[in-house]
Ligand binder design. Structure first.
Ligand SMILES: [Zn+2]
Length: 546
């Protein structure tokens, strides 16, 4: 009874008009006070920021953490790449025309009923398993209630006390350039929920709402407060991104908001068991920003402690401002009770069977951590391992190249140097080039068995990447077979020496560095085809001997 009253009474009195195909619902200025999180934030910029904080540099940050440690936990929202939304059959694609993928259900019209998209459950179970979680055989949806103009129902369908997955962990390796090292961070829970719409603040006196995103399925992943530095937090986020991409549940794109991290940071004196007051930071669009925002916030809080102003650290949400490289106050945090969660009466419980979970478990791909350990066991360096396992397309290409018989270290070298440089220049992913794993393995074999030189190999590779074709075909067509006949090389060496008497005189007078010059000339004469080892051996004998 109470629930029925609440549902009827909580309906938000915003008039969206009766037409469901509206393009840009306009919010009148009287609603402006609700519209802009970022705008209201500027009004509450802290008044007295100690100068020392503004001057804090990264080095200062390292010095000043002495005696204190940071405690960091992260809430991550991952937008699922399902064909339709969580509770209706609307599609969603980022960047489509505002309010073009909406229906009465995701617009929260009275009388509509949500129907759960089963793909959302599948994605949640996949991610739960990938994060080593316990999967709840029975879970339920709850209403999280708050008013905001981009939330037409006046509540968000989420999971409160029984999330679909909990008590997991994630393993990762820190980048070598940040000191490396293995880390294991706890996962508190993973739950299913829906996204809200989006407010557009492009005009001066009013804001517009786009409901395309309303009802798009999300998984929220809550970590344990296990991280201590900006880089650990950034790598945790990057590992989640890798996992959702490996699983194919989300594109994990931060720029499009498909993966969003809200970070909680507090500091405490080393040895103290209670946590300090935590501050939430939002608005970070890359893992590098997460790293810098956290390190800035840690420094800010530690300095306040050291200056006896710890009482200025209040529970609040701060935004990261990339241009000034600082965090600033956005708003004070609402407490948990404000949301008045209660079980969603329009959706049944989510009941899973062991068979269902087993089936998903069997369909899981090899995950980043398993891949890294496998590559490590091949004898590859950690730098190679991290590079190859970072992108599942690259990892797949590498694995396929090895299946065709290529040597692991040589394949890794080609992928990480010449191929990576090409991909970067052309802004392509490895599966968008014309090179196949089979041809890369052929290329490696042709160099290894001496058919072509490494230099010619690089030339062939560039063509294979851009135009495709086969290594064998290219070697034949262009007559690129390496010259390994000593007498042919000797003839070229003789000619080059005869043509450069001056340099020969200088060489014999002690300027032995000139061997490089002669080698270059011979290589040029051979059109890059002379076997370099033979060339240098013969050249050395000629220069020093007769
Ligand atoms: Zn819809």
């Amino acid at each position: 009874m109470a629930l029925t009253l609440l549902r009827g009474g909580m309906r938000t009195p915003i008039s969206f008009g009766s037409n469901t195909s509206l393009f840009f619902t306009v919010l009148r200025p009287r609603l402006a006070r609700f519209t802009a999180r970022a705008e209201s934030a500027q009004a509450t910029e802290p008044k007295a920021v100690p100068k020392s904080i503004q001057l804090a540099t990264k080095e200062a940050a390292e010095q000043k953490t002495q005696g204190f440690e940071a405690v960091i936990g992260i809430e991550t929202h991952v937008q699922l790449s399902t064909v339709t939304k969580a509770f209706c059959s609307c599609p969603y694609s980022y960047g489509s025309q505002p309010n073009s993928t909406i229906c009465p259900t995701c617009m929260g019209h009275p009388g509509t009923l949500p129907v759960l998209n089963e793909k959302v459950v599948e994605c949640a179970v996949k991610l739960g398993l990938a994060l080593n979680c316990e999967i709840a055989m029975t879970s339920k949806f709850d209403r999280k209630q708050y008013f905001y103009p981009d939330l037409p129902k006046g509540y968000q369908i989420s999971q409160f006390d029984i999330p679909i997955a909990k008590k997991g962990y994630v393993d990762l390796d820190l980048p070598v350039e940040f000191g490396g090292g293995h880390r294991k961070f706890g996962i508190t829970r993973v739950h299913m929920e829906e996204d809200a719409g989006k407010l557009l603040h492009e005009s001066g006196s009013y804001s517009q709402v786009d409901l395309n995103r309303a009802g798009v399925p999300l998984l929220e992943i809550v970590s344990e407060p296990d991280m201590r530095t900006g880089i650990e937090a950034a790598e945790y986020g990057a590992e989640l991104q890798r996992i959702v991409r490996y699983l194919g549940v989300s594109n994990g794109n931060m720029q499009e908001g498909s993966l969003r991290c809200d970070v909680n940071v507090s500091v405490r004196p080393v040895g103290q068991s209670e946590f300090g007051t935590k501050v939430e930071i939002k608005n970070m669009n890359s893992f590098s920003e997460i790293n810098r925002a956290i390190d800035h916030e840690i420094t800010r809080q530690i300095l306040l402690h050291k200056e006896g102003q710890a009482d200025q650290i209040v529970q609040e949400t701060r935004l990261w401002d990339e241009s000034s490289q600082k965090t600033f106050t956005m708003r004070k945090k609402e407490g948990l009770a404000d949301y008045r969660y209660f079980p969603e009466p329009d959706l049944p419980e989510v009941v899973l069977t062991t068979d269902y979970i087993d089936e998903i478990s069997k369909s899981m791909p090899e995950l980043p951590e398993a891949k890294r350990r496998r590559y490590e066991n091949m004898g590859l360096s950690m730098q190679d391992v991290l590079f190859l396992a970072n992108d599942d397309n690259v990892a797949h290409f590498f694995d396929s190249t090895l299946e065709h018989g290529a040597d692991a270290k040589m394949a890794a070298n080609w992928i990480m140097s010449d191929i990576a440089a090409y991909l970067k220049n052309e802004k392509l992913s490895i599966d968008e080039t014309k090179l196949t794993p089979l041809e890369l393995s052929e290329l490696i074999a042709s160099i290894k068995n001496g058919t072509i030189s490494g230099k010619i190999g690089k030339e062939i590779l560039t063509e294979l990447l851009a135009k495709g074709g086969t290594v064998k075909g290219m070697i034949e067509e262009k007559d690129l077979v390496q010259i390994t006949d000593p007498s042919a090389i000797e003839a070229m060496v003789d000619k080059v020496i005869a043509d450069n008497p001056k340099q020969l005189e200088q060489y014999r007078a002690g300027k032995t560095k000139l061997q490089g010059f002669f080698a270059g000339q011979v290589m040029k004469a051979s059109k890059g085809k002379a076997n370099p080892v033979l060339l240098n051996k013969i050249l050395g004998e000629k220069l020093n001997g007769n």
